[in-house]
Write a protein that binds this ligand. Structure first.
Ligand code: GLN
Length: 486
């Protein structure tokens, strides 16, 4: 039997039900893996062995009693921006370094109700602003495939933990690519669901009209189980959509022959990386063998995606982050001269440079006289992007494209060049702008041995099609079964 920490949740659930292992055993294997690898990878901000083992014992009890749910006893890492009652939720920021939420995020509550095992909180870029985890005040996470490289971001800790067996599955959040990019760079599967599918209650807000929580896992069966857990209406989130989601596991075995994938010419024209091109064309051949048809299509407004995103997201962030004033939450400056000075010093000390940059960008763009020139224009581009996608889905079931222009880059390579860092998200951002579901699935490796992901995008609330397509692909390929040699 391969190591417990390398198994998928689906495999472990089978072993648990057959009495071949226990949740305590699985959790101990994960905690051992965490202690061995944390000094090199640093996937976690906080680790909770006490909580994890207590939850594992409860899970074993439920399994014995016959009251287990599909994911009972499975260890999970939670991104550090989801409220974990009475523990810590720091969002990778000094300003929340000591923040202990008085309640659980809805997704955390679901995890607890399911009887899953919470291992700890996963490292992330500060307030989810970044593509590399390098903006975390706790220092970067490293890519298990090459510790000299970044794991992607902002959910880099979640992706790295799953990739190297520290956690079986993880939650991430995705505002412009933060689940899909690290999934691609770390060789795991990660999905950003449709905006409104998963409750954002208890998710620390970055850009509220774009943020969405989603799962990262080692294969699509686990993603399907986690979508079943996550996709439900929540009255605590006014943007949560009250629809009946299907049982996603029933799409795992459906044939894909006759389905159509659209290939956006603008995306492929932009690619210049030979390794990414090769992985994508190999993946296309796999789908063609399965009977999937490909059609070329044009998404012209997507060229303006990054520009519009870097107006809309900072505008929303500047408003969301106004609440960190040293009064209600987290850090407060110790020395100050009056209230205004207290606000200023608290924010000066508490926020890192990237967060400050975004607050300044957003505050400027929203200031009187500039609203029409920036925010309104960006909002119009957003509408055009949504229209382009809508038109595209008249002729296909899904869109097939890269996740990122190149595999994982080196630590330090882009941190002083924000524009280069922002361009990493050129293929993921438009999906958030339109509120669509998008998945990243391992599709190959570079000549240097770094994972490369492909992205599939579907129409609103059509996550089931993504599950169906990726399941068929993973039956034919073994990229997702490879483990980093660490
Ligand atoms: N890298 C993008 C940003 O910095 C997206 C981050 C995210 O999806 N949270 O805004």
């Amino acid at each position: 039997m391969s190591n417990l920490y390398e198994k998928t949740a689906t495999e472990l659930a089978g072993l648990l039900l057959d009495g071949k292992t226990s949740s305590v055993e699985i959790t101990e294997a994960a905690l051992n893996r965490i202690s061995t690898l944390e000094p090199r990878i640093h996937s976690f901000v906080n680790i909770y062995p006490d909580l994890a083992l207590a939850m594992a014992k409860d899970a074993d009890k439920r399994i014995k009693e016959g009251t287990a749910s599909p994911l009972t006893g499975i260890p999970i890492a939670i991104k550090d921006n989801m409220c974990l009652k009475s523990r810590k939720t720091t969002c990778g920021s000094k300003i929340l370094a000591n923040f202990s939420p008085p309640y659980d995020a809805t997704v955390v509550k679901s995890v607890k109700d399911e009887g899953m095992v919470i291992l700890g909180s996963a490292n992330m870029d500060e307030f989810a602003m970044g593509s590399s985890t390098e903006t975390s005040c706790w220092g970067p996470t490293r890519n298990p495939w090459d510790p000299e490289r970044i794991p992607g971001g902002s959910s880099g800790g979640s992706a790295a933990a799953v990739a190297c067996g520290q956690a079986t599955v993880a939650f991430g959040s995705d505002t412009g690519g933060s689940i899909r990019l690290p999934a691609s760079f770390c060789g795991v599967t990660g999905i950003k669901p449709t905006y409104g599918s998963v409750s954002r209650f208890g998710l620390v807000a970055y850009a509220s009209s774009l943020d969405q929580i989603g799962p990262l896992a080692r294969d699509i069966s686990d993603i399907a189980l986690l979508l079943n857990l996550l996709c439900k209406h929540d009255p605590m989130d006014s943007t949560s959509v009250p629809i009946q989601h299907p049982d996603f596991t029933t799409f795992i075995d459906k044939p894909v022959s006759g389905m159509t994938l659209g290939v956006p010419v603008e995306f492929f024209n932009k690619l210049g990386n030979k390794d990414v091109e090769k992985s994508l064309s190999d993946a296309r051949r796999v789908f063609e063998k399965l009977g999937v048809k490909f059609v070329e299509l044009s998404l012209p407004s997507l060229d303006y995606g990054i520009a519009a995103y870097y107006v809309i997201a900072p505008c929303e962030a500047s408003s969301n982050l106004a609440r960190y004033d040293g009064v209600k939450y987290g850090h407060r400056a110790e020395q100050f001269d009056g209230m205004i000075d207290m606000y200023c010093r608290t924010r000066e000390e508490g926020f890192g440079p990237e967060v400050k940059r975004r607050i300044m960008l957003g505050t400027y763009a929203l200031s009187s006289g500039y609203y029409d020139a920036y925010y309104l224009k960006a909002a119009k581009i957003r509408t055009l992007i949504t229209k382009d996608f809508k038109k595209a889905f008249e002729s296909c079931d899904g869109i097939f494209c890269p996740v990122a222009p190149a595999p994982a880059f080196k630590i330090g390579e882009k941190i002083d060049d924000p524009i280069q860092m922002y361009l990493t998200d050129v293929f993921t951002i438009p999906v958030n702008m339109a509120g669509l579901p998008g998945i990243s699935c391992p599709a190959g490796f570079s000549r240097e041995g770094l994972p490369i992901g492909m992205q599939l995008i579907a129409s609103h609330f059509q996550e089931s099609k993504l599950v169906q397509l990726v399941a068929a692909f993973q039956r034919e390929t073994d990229h997702h079964l490879k483990h980093p040699a660490i």
